[in-house]
Design a protein around this ligand. Sequence first.
Ligand code: NAP
Length: 257
Amino acid sequence: MRLAGKIALITGSGSGIGKAAALLFAQEGATVIVNDLDAQKGEETVQEIVGMGSKGIFIQADVTDPASVQAMVEQTIAAFGHIDVLFNNAGISGVGALHEVEPDVWDRVMSVNIRGVYLPSKYALPHMMQRKSGSIINMSSCIAEIGLAKRASYSATKGAVLALTKSMQVDYAPYDIRVNALLPGTILTPFVENYLNNSYENPEAAIESLKKRQLSGELGRPEDVAKAALFLASDESKLMMGSPLYIDGGVVFGKNA
Ligand code: NAP
């Protein structure tokens, strides 16, 4: 029980990495606030948590909308008194070289992936500061560190999240709040499956070429990232502050050639 008694809010946890983290955190003793845009997927995550004999509730909120995010945080505080862990996981993909990206798509990717980290943090932080305790995990990506084709808007957001994580850590260290970032490589989730299906004529061949970026022979699974998030959420990572944590099968630091 590595999160016994903790209250953890995970954005975008109706699917993929967020869902895997919600199930793992709950299994490790946390009460999990499952957030998503999609009520059906969020409720399904909660049903699985409750089915395991663990605790969780679903709160529907759009992480880009201040009123909706503030209401989610206030509902959490009213129900559980505080927030120990905020995992800013919700995110969307953005495909295309810069000149190919339409302004409305650019703005949407910026909004979900950056504003969607800013707003939940903005409203949760005062409660964490009051208690002088908390762990915030921001979802970046290994694309923050390397150039990849046709991912201009997405890479800009994930680089911003990594930079923001470091600034946040400096501001909130005096309140004993830790802020760290996750940098996954390619993880097989609905997010990636949609991208592969929409962007490639032969998604299977695309998976094989994605594997060539890595030193590991397998693409990551949501559970691999959930385990890294669990470490950052727990007190075991108490000396990790403002750090990027790579879960990328060797994409950033290896060279598979
Ligand atoms: P996913 O399966 O699509 O899950 C993301 C979840 O976020 C979805 O349930 C989505 O809901 C939700 N969401 C989207 N916009 C939202 C909003 N405005 N408010 C609340 N929830 C919202 O994706 P994933 O692969 O698990 O990705 C999770 C995070 O990891 C993202 O930040 C992504 O950038 C990052 N990441 C993923 C990979 C990868 O290879 N999978 C690699 C590096 C980083 P809807 O489905 O209803 O839109």
